[in-house]
Design a protein around this ligand. Structure first.
Ligand SMILES: Cc1cc2nc3c(=O)[nH]c(=O)nc-3n(C[C@H](O)[C@H](O)[C@H](O)COP(=O)(O)OP(=O)(O)OC[C@H]3O[C@@H](n4cnc5c(N)ncnc54)[C@H](O)[C@@H]3O)c2cc1C
Length: 421
């Protein structure tokens, strides 16, 4: 049987697609993930951490709030609507989002775990993609890659540090060390620093290359850069402009929530009552350029980027909260990738379709692998349901009605209509 759609990877992105697809009559879809069961960033489900977006950025609500797999349906299913109502929480605990997604997975028979897709080929005779796993080959007219991102450890620290993605696995070991260094000042770095500060009290250092421990942009108009309107506008920009914009927007995605900064400050302040000073170092503008190990410590060579001087730091353990990068899709897609941009990257059209070689008549779509074409919103949960619906509409025709206007801001120059006098 040739399926209409196969989703590779089941993180929130393809889970949203699976949920929306489940309501489309007659659509034959399957979703595969290589892990044995769904888990959302298990190494970072630290107690007290919350989603950075309101709960309405669930799998479906921003496209169809009446969908049976909405977050509110999950609450109703567990008879938790009243407690939620009184809690007045827009930003739910991260562990609750994980539990909600697992609840949704159980209601989606199209999702199969423990199946790694190793290759995708095009069969001209069948006019379908062969989606190959070690145990089966599925045939599909369309494929959606939602394979997520992978942790990055800077070259200088490889072999000397653990990544923040493994934090909860290694936390007990970190608590036994005399001196711990956290590198990186995004949200994960801040959450790990705060958790270690609360548990250890001191013997803690926080280094970051960025010039300041900066707050994440969270103003209402600033957040409009995470709308379909902005995403569509970004997609129309020339490649060099897009490439210049993404790093310039770092405070939209690389910074720290103001609440976490306040919690860290409170925790430090508490330690000064009575005249003490916390036994911690918080140092921005610092890059780790080398690491060596001897019998009792790791020695880091660090450089201050503005002073342009180097020094050394001795520590017992290093956690890198240095982010993630998009997975290389060439392994899985092989020769199928056709068009490339000036930097050799695959192209992605407005409907999230990769430019493939001309003989391929089916489509491969991507979710969360299109920052270079669609901008900073690619990993954002607030755009996930909209992107899934856009892909479904491209595959099946207009099955989900999407709003034309999603921001008060006008992105790009549009001719203003003259008012009648
Ligand atoms: C700790 C953390 C917190 C975050 N919090 C927020 C937040 O609050 N708000 C927000 O907007 N964004 C947040 N993000 C960003 C983003 O929403 C998440 O990274 C989200 O998990 C991305 O979903 P995804 O489906 O694209 O990828 P993932 O969740 O990474 O899922 C990808 C899946 O693909 C599977 N896979 C990979 N290769 C294959 C293969 N070959 N075959 C089969 N399966 C495969 C993997 O096993 C994985 O399950 C957060 C990110 C992190 C790291």
């Amino acid at each position: 049987m040739v399926l209409d759609l196969v989703g590779v990877g089941i993180g929130p992105a393809n889970l949203s697609l699976a949920a929306l697809a489940s309501q489309v009559d007659g659509l034959r879809a399957r979703f595969l993930d290589r892990t044995p069961e769904f888990h959302w960033h298990p190494g970072l489900l630290i107690d007290g951490t919350t989603l950075q977006v309101p709960f309405l950025a669930d799998l479906v609500s921003l496209v169809d709030p009446t969908h049976p797999l909405s977050f509110l349906s999950y609450l109703r299913d567990h008879d938790r609507l009243f407690p939620f109502y009184f809690a007045e929480r827009f930003h739910i605990p991260r562990a609750e989002f994980d539990d909600y997604c697992r609840w949704a997975v159980k209601r989606l028979p199209s999702c199969t775990f423990g199946q790694e897709v190793t290759q995708i080929r095009w069969s001209s005779t069948q006019e379908a993609f062969e989606v190959i796993t070690p145990t089966e080959t599925l045939l599909a007219r369309n494929v959606v890659l939602g394979v997520g991102t992978e942790p990055v450890i800077p070259e200088a620290l490889r072999g000397f540090a653990r990544h923040s993605a493994q934090y909860l696995e290694v936390r007990d070991c970190l608590l036994r060390e005399d001196d711990v260094t956290v590198v990186g000042s995004g949200q994960s770095g801040a959450e790990i620093f705060l958790d270690l500060l609360r548990r250890r009290g001191g013997g803690l250092r926080w280094l970051t290359r960025t010039p300041a421990f900066a707050p994440m942009e969270y103003s209402k108009l600033g957040l409009e850069q995470f709308t379909p309107d902005y995403t569509r506008f970004f997609h129309t920009l020339p490649e060099p402009t897009r490439d210049a914009l993404v790093p310039a927007q770092w405070q939209l995605y690389k910074a720290i929530s103001a609440d976490t900064i306040a919690d860290i400050h409170d925790e430090l302040y508490k330690r000064t009552v009575g005249g003490g000073w916390p036994d911690v170092t918080l140092a921005p503008g610092i890059e780790v350029v080398n690491a060596t190990r001897d019998s009792d410590a790791i020695e880091l060579t660090v450089r201050h980027r503005h002073q342009d001087i180097t020094g050394t730091v001795r520590t017992n353990a290093v956690v890198c909260a240095t982010g993630y990068h998009e997975r290389d899709l060439t392994g899985i897609l092989g020769e199928l990738i056709g068009l490339r941009d000036d930097s050799g990257r695959y192209t992605v059209d407005a409907d999230f379709r990769i430019g493939l070689t001309p003989e391929v008549t089916g489509s491969v779509f991507v979710q969360n692998a299109e920052r270079h074409t669609h901008g900073v919103g690619a990993p954002d949960l607030g755009l996930t349901a909209w992107r899934s619906a856009t892909i479904l509409n491209a595959v099946c025709g207009q099955v989900y009605r999407l709003p034309e206007r999603t921001a008060f801001t006008t992105f790009g120059l549009v001719r203003e209509k003259r008012r009648a006098t």
